[in-house]
Design a protein around this ligand. Structure first.
Ligand code: ATP
Ligand code: MG
Ligand code: FE
Length: 352
């Protein structure tokens, strides 16, 4: 089917068009610069930006794919999780479009979209696979038995199961907060990624939830708020002692602490579930060090690593279009006209 996907859960307005696993268009308009001076996304500004960007982005996607809207077979839209005021703009646009075209509408899960986007790069996902989802608002390890999740009619399928998640900050949030305390601009992830040219072993920052005791209860969980505090303390102490802050070393050491834990737990999850394939998704999956460390450790463990190109890791409409496609192929039922947004939709609910 030819599926159009609409994404508006945070600060990116995305419209993607896919046919099966073929990517035809992926247009993204970001309001990130409008939020930069506030050091984080301002919900009201994001909603307004979505309103303004939605139609132009839709038009650009159709032009890029060289398709007329009347050719579309279905419309998929992010129904959650995300910012309520941002989500409702996408959902309203998708409803209007589906209704006007007389085509079915599918409200789908943003986080499952971050996982599904890899199908556009590497084709069907062997099951079970493990997915490491690392974004601005979420950090979790998922067992993916069926990407269509609750939409699937497959007997006894486990869908998407959360093995563990962060108990405090998300990985992207840690990057953004540490960037801020280092005086670097928002969003901090890509900035720290580029600034981390120093020695990753210069400073021994803590690896959250990795002690033998923590592993008993939190084997697949993460914690990054202690790390953020440790970086803040370290910088404060240097400044109090009148010493300079070696940015390249601090950034590299912080990044190493994050990526070491993420990659170690991801491969442990593969071992525990007998998954031979590991995929990564979400904005932090664009991180250079994370990709390199995972590649190293996956090769050692004999696990196949699936990494989407960085531009597909951050929020976009193609991930929603391809997830919608999987839902349709699995026999999922269209969402009704009463479809609403759910800001805290759990990842196991792929189709609303
Ligand atoms: P969620 O998907 O949980 O709702 P979100 O959609 O806001 O959150 P994404 O757009 O997937 O999150 O990712 C944005 C996050 O990714 C930001 O925190 C940003 O700093 C981080 N990020 C982007 N590029 C990189 C990078 N190269 N290295 C580390 N972090 C990065
Ligand atoms: Mg964003
Ligand atoms: Fe996201």
């Amino acid at each position: 089917p030819l599926v159009l996907g609409i994404e508006s859960s945070c600060d990116e307005t995305g419209v993607g068009i896919v046919r099966g696993h073929e990517l035809l268009a992926n247009e993204v308009a970001s309001s990130v610069e409008l939020h930069a001076r506030f050091g984080g996304v301002v919900p009201e500004i994001a909603s307004r930006a979505h309103l303004e960007a939605m139609l132009p982005t839709l038009e650009r996607a159709c032009a890029e794919a060289d398709v007329d809207l009347t050719e579309i077979d279905a419309v998929a839209v992010t129904a959650g999780p995300g910012l309520m005021g941002a989500l409702v703009v996408g959902v309203a646009a998708a409803k209007a479009l589906a209704y006007a075209l007389g085509k079915p509408l599918y409200g789908v899960n943003h986080l499952a979209g971050h996982v599904a986007v890899d199908l556009l790069e590497h084709g069907p996902l062997p099951t079970p696979s493990v997915a490491l989802l690392v974004s601005g608002g979420h950090t979790s390890l998922l067992l993916v038995d069926d990407i269509a999740g609750n939409a699937s009619r497959k007997e006894g399928g486990r869908g998407i199961v959360e093995l563990g998640a962060t108990i405090d900050d998300a990985a992207g949030e840690a990057y953004d907060k540490v960037a801020r305390l280092l005086g670097l601009p928002y969003p901090g992830g890509p900035v720290i990624d580029r600034a981390a040219t120093g020695d990753p072993r210069a400073i021994a920052f803590p690896r959250g939830l990795t002690s033998a005791r923590d592993l008993e209860r939190h084997r697949f969980d993460f914690s990054f708020s202690g790390l953020k505090t440790a970086v803040a303390r370290w910088v404060e102490t240097r400044e109090r002692d009148g010493l300079d802050v070696p940015l390249a070393d601090v950034a590299a050491s912080f990044q190493e602490a994050v990526c070491d834990v993420l990659s170690a737990k991801a491969l442990d999850a593969c071992a525990a579930t007998d998954a031979r394939d590991l995929l990564i998704g979400g904005g932090v999956a664009a991180n250079g060090r994370l990709r390199a460390l995972l590649a190293e450790r996956a090769a050692e463990a004999g696990v196949a690593l699936r990494t989407p190109r960085p531009g597909l890791c951050t929020d976009n409409g193609a991930m929603i279009a391809v997830l919608g496609t999987e839902v349709i192929l699995a026999g999922g039922r269209p969402s009704g006209p009463e479809l609403g947004a759910d800001s805290s939709l759990p990842v196991s609910r792929v189709l609303v």
